[in-house]
Design a protein around this ligand. Structure first.
Ligand SMILES: *Cc1c(COP(=O)(O)O)cnc(C)c1O
Length: 472
């Protein structure tokens, strides 16, 4: 589908107008309701707010139920108090630091808390910022890597050297965007056999003097597995010893940077590794805030070239900012601070452990059904991926996804990237709010479908690309 395609219907066709109901009028059921508003053109005149509300509300009824969306990593439930704070702050623009100094202060506290959580050597000198999500955070981190490389290699860059970024083929689409938008060559390590993410040796092997960095993902979106960050750093240490190349690592912790610190405390993946230069996370994934907030942190000011930082007015002085957008809502940052304050380390641990227990529990029960093979078991991110067992020929993962949708469950089925395009999987993301009771209903619904699926003569989904749901 082309981006922002114009209206399909012409103004004279009935579908180009929204449908009205006499109840939408004020006291007189037909008064003012003869002129249905156009669908794709700004209406000539206003509507009463109640009618406009009803029209929009009704149109949205067919959106899926977000709580049953097992495809998304993004928070779909927050406490009412968080909702109240967010609506109290929905008019505040994050960039207006001078006008809303307390919101700015809460952002700084969140950065300091994350620097401490991710073991920055000196949390008071770590630098960071909020963003609209991990995508923006990754763009900023990638830009810092590129600029640092360009500074170190000014002559060769001017002479036409092309920077590259090394990562697994399983990276989230934001890294493909980064490479495309900022003209960096994406060096992708393919999957191989049962290895579905980046490995240390392949990462080091792809690095050369034009490598701006290596991206390690804490929590692959494809299967929920953690990439071996410490091993990748060690392989790059060895590379430096052999060749003198000093390649920094960025950890894309969109999901895992808010999971591992609480329930995998022994895993060393963060600023404790000197080679880890920057880390991002999505506040709106396992940070437990509604969509619209991410974080990017650098281990020290040396990792973030000063020339990329702009300054805005702040209490008579100036405040550094690093962002793609100028205006941005303040409410999500406030909600992040609320959640940090509300849960603390113990609270986050309890929430993430509950999600992991549920993921592992469902994964085991799916395995026990006998029709499926697990790729991951929910013991890293609270996420697991599974495919049909080798002897299953009457249905495939796309059939399962489609049939689950009949019961309201949104579970994506998709094909893996190079070199495992032969493998198609289903993926279940367990989040806060997907309770043990809901998990039980999910398992029961899947069990109920199986006899029918087994009776199929063959898989029924012919157009696999159309069947593949969005899964990033
Ligand atoms: C979700 C995700 C992103 C993109 O994050 P948004 O917050 O959705 O912009 C990037 N990387 C990974 C590993 C992700 O899981």
């Amino acid at each position: 589908m082309p981006l922002h395609k114009g209206p399909a219907a012409t103004p004279s066709e009935p579908t180009s107008r929204l449908a009205l109901n006499p109840f939408f009028g004020q006291a007189n059921p037909v008064g003012g309701m003869t002129d249905a508003p156009p669908r794709h053109r700004l209406p000539d005149g206003p509507l009463p707010p109640a009618s406009a509300y009803q029209l929009v509300h009704d149109e949205l009824m067919l959106d899926g139920n977000s709580r049953l969306n097992l495809a998304t990593f993004v928070t779909t439930w927050m406490e009412p108090q968080a909702g109240v704070l967010m609506s109290e702050c929905r008019d505040k623009n994050m960039i207006d630091k001078d006008e809303y100094p307390r919101t700015a202060e809460l952002e700084r506290r969140c950065v300091a808390m994350l620097a401490d959580l991710w073991n920055a050597p000196d949390p008071s000198s770590a630098v960071g910022c909020s963003t609209t999500g991990s995508s923006e955070a990754c763009m900023l981190a990638g830009m810092a890597l590129k600029r640092r490389w360009a500074q170190r290699n000014a002559d060769r860059y001017r002479a036409g050297a092309r920077p590259n970024l090394v990562m697994g083929v399983n990276v989230q689409v934001c890294w493909e965007k980064f490479c495309n938008f900022w003209e960096v060559e994406a060096r992708l390590v393919p999957m191989e056999g049962d290895r579905f993410h980046l490995d240390a040796e392949s990462a080091a092997a792809l690095c050369d003097e034009n490598t701006i960095g290596v991206v390690a993902i804490l929590g692959s979106t494809f299967d929920g597995s953690y990439e071996p960050v410490a091993e990748i750093c060690a392989a790059l240490d060895a590379l430096q010893e052999r060749t003198g190349l000093d390649v920094p690592v960025h950890v894309d912790g969109a999901s895992g940077a808010m999971v591992a610190p609480f329930i995998d405390e022994d895993l060393v993946w963060d600023f404790r590794l000197p080679r880890v230069s920057s880390i991002n996370t999505s506040g709106h994934k396992y940070g437990l805030v509604y969509p619209g907030v991410g974080w990017a942190l650098w281990r020290s000011p040396a990792e973030l070239p000063e020339e990329l930082v702009f300054r805005v007015n702040y209490l008579g002085g100036d405040m550094p900012t690093f962002a793609l957008n100028f205006s941005r809502p303040g409410a999500q940052v406030v909600a992040q601070y609320y959640t940090f304050l509300r849960l603390g380390r113990e609270g986050y641990r309890a929430v993430q452990q509950a999600s992991r227990d549920i993921a592992r529990g469902i994964a085991e029960r799916v395995e026990a059904m006998g029709d499926f093979r697990l790729l991951t078991r929910g013991d890293q991110l609270p996420v697991f991926a599974f495919t049909t067992a080798p002897d299953v020929t009457s249905f495939d993962v796309f059939d399962v996804s489609r049939r689950l949708r009949e019961r309201g469950w949104l579970v994506p089925a998709y094909t893996f990237p190079a070199d495992r395009e032969d493998l198609s999987v289903l993926r279940v993301v367990c989040r806060n709010g997907f309770s043990a009771d809901l998990a039980e209903l999910f398992v029961e619904d899947l069990k109920r479908l199986l006899p029918e699926l087994r009776r199929q003569s063959q898989p029924f989904t012919h157009d696999k690309s159309a069947a593949t749901s969005f899964h990033h």
